[in-house]
Ligand binder design. Structure first.
Ligand code: GLU
Length: 508
């Protein structure tokens, strides 16, 4: 069997939707599982949809996810160029070949003539407005014109497109790795443009030619491309032979959490969660669309949550590392039906991965979050803080709220939680605690805890009643890990200073 070669073929038209990343992921997993190559090809033949910066952004997203291509315009490879706009000269010969074989034709209709044709069809009540075998006989193309006339138009530089000639009353078969056998009736397929007036191929011609030249063995893409599949199968049949065609899989859509239909950027805005991998700023409007990365997701979690949107390994397992995914992934276990996106579940995955990964995997990101708010820190100290609070964090940005008191004394204390039960005895206890702590030379967790409990007992107070005021002195509010862990970490001087502040606040 030939080496597995798969491709992700994005058009650089804007931000990368999470459905796009899932397509990348499934391609990547399949390639790695089978010892194959993962190729990224930039499909930028539609110059009207080109968006500056989108290509670089796509590669940045892949970099963040750790889904690194083996071949691409950024990574090199022996089947380049990997940007279709740089391959323009290649496609024309295949279009010419199709014309020579009677599988395609020149069409000279102007946009106005095509519009007029559609109007006529509408008026006549036709349910289809497509340029197909019915109407092509009334249009200005090389199937109807005399050969000399066609030649004259070509010689005089009349703008033309090349269209595929779809034969009526045929069935096109496709075996999809997820959907099984699919059949299309050619009467529903129009004579798609293959080569545009500017000499650029359309996506349909370019995708087939490039999949062939780049020796792609498996083509995985979103379900939205299924309607284009019959044209691609026909082009494979006419140009290279169906035995050379890659195996196809059309991946299910990622659906809105509420209701049906594909999850769109607008749904994200409406429901308050990102749908792009990373923040994307539109180069013209300067509007920014939020991404998972900047919101505080870990790439491990992002990959994991995408993998299980439409796939499972047949067990109850939900948390998968990349190694496990590569090991367990199979296209046959991808569901046909769309998968509803659930942002709460997405956050759950992030929480699981924050807990699961060693702190130093993401400490640098957490450090940046603190530094952006003016808090400088020591790396080793931060690792200890992360280990103490990671169980409480769902997003990386939560580390700030959950951990700021390790770096700075709280600016306000939750007095309402303490004052109603504050009395002389407690006041005395904390004053004595300060003295005891000042004498403490070990500053070890167990020592602190035991000392605290003994002092409470000596004062005939319950430890339970003292813990809350102590916590609020150290943290400011009713949250955070064990108070003795906090005291151990922030150190003797800081602990004593915060108790003193607390005493002042509570006794007034
Ligand atoms: N260029 C298409 C896109 O923008 C790729 C479809 C395919 O993979 O065949 O998604």
């Amino acid at each position: 069997m030939s080496k597995v070669r798969v491709r992700f073929a994005p058009s650089p038209t804007g931000g990368l939707h999470l459905g796009g990343v899932r397509t990348v992921l499934f391609n990547y997993l399949f390639a790695k599982k089978h010892g194959g190559d993962f190729i990224v090809r930039i499909e930028d033949t539609d110059q009207t949809r080109f968006v500056a910066g989108a290509e670089e952004y796509i590669f940045n997203c892949l970099q963040w996810c750790g889904l690194i291509p083996d071949e691409s315009c950024q990574h090199g490879g022996s089947y380049g160029p990997y940007r279709q706009s740089e391959r323009k000269a290649i496609y024309k010969q295949y279009a010419d070949q199709l014309i020579k074989d009677g599988r395609a034709y020149y069409a000279f209709d102007t946009p106005e003539e095509i519009e007029a044709m559609r109007e006529r069809l509408k008026t006549a009540g036709s349910h289809s407005l497509q340029y197909d075998h019915h109407i092509r006989q009334n249009m200005k193309n090389s199937l109807n014109l005399l050969p000399e006339e066609t030649q004259r138009l070509l010689d005089t530089g009349t703008p033309y497109v090349i269209r595929i000639k779809v034969e009526p009353d045929e069935h096109i078969h496709l075996t999809d790795m997820i959907r099984g056998e699919i059949s299309f009736d050619t009467n529903t397929v129009d004579d798609k443009v293959l080569l545009k007036a500017d000499g650029m191929p359309t996506y349909h011609l370019a995708v087939v030619v490039d999949d062939h030249l780049m020796k792609i063995t498996h083509a995985f893409r979103g379900e939205e491309w299924l309607p284009s599949a019959p044209i691609h199968v026909l082009l494979w049949k006419y140009l290279f032979g169906l035995d050379k065609m890659p195996q196809w899989a059309h991946l299910p859509l990622i659906l809105k959490p509420d209701g049906n239909g594909k999850l769109s950027k607008r749904d994200g805005d409406r429901l308050g969660f990102p749908v792009y991998a990373m923040d994307w700023q539109d180069p013209i409007t300067r509007d920014t669309t939020k991404g998972f990365k900047e919101l505080g997701f870990l790439p491990e979690a992002f990959n994991n949550l995408l993998a299980v949107l439409g796939w499972n390994d047949g067990t109850e397992q939900e948390v998968f590392s990349m190694e496990e995914l590569i090991d367990k992934f199979s296209m046959e276990r991808v569901h046909k039906g769309g998968a509803k996106f659930d942002f709460e579940k997405a956050k759950w995955f992030n929480h699981e991965w924050i807990k699961k990964l060693p702190a130093d995997n993401y400490a640098a990101i957490v450090a940046d979050i603190f530094e952006a708010k003016g808090i400088e820190m020591d790396g080793l100290y931060l690792l200890k803080v992360i280990d103490l609070i990671k169980d409480r964090c769902t997003l990386l940005s939560d580390f700030y709220e959950q951990g700021i008191f390790f770096f700075k004394a709280p600016s306000t204390l939750d007095e309402a939680a303490v004052k109603p039960k504050w009395d002389e005895k407690k006041q005395l206890f904390f004053a004595e605690l300060i003295k005891a702590l000042e004498l403490n030379t070990s500053w070890q967790h167990d020592d602190l805890e035991n000392g605290f409990k003994e002092l409470a007992a000596a004062n005939q107070l319950k430890t339970g009643e003292l813990m809350l005021p102590f916590r609020i002195m150290l943290v400011g509010g009713k949250f955070g890990p064990s108070v003795f862990n906090i005291a151990t970490l922030i150190g003797k001087k800081e602990t004593i200073s915060r108790i003193k502040t607390g005493l002042n606040v509570f006794q007034n």
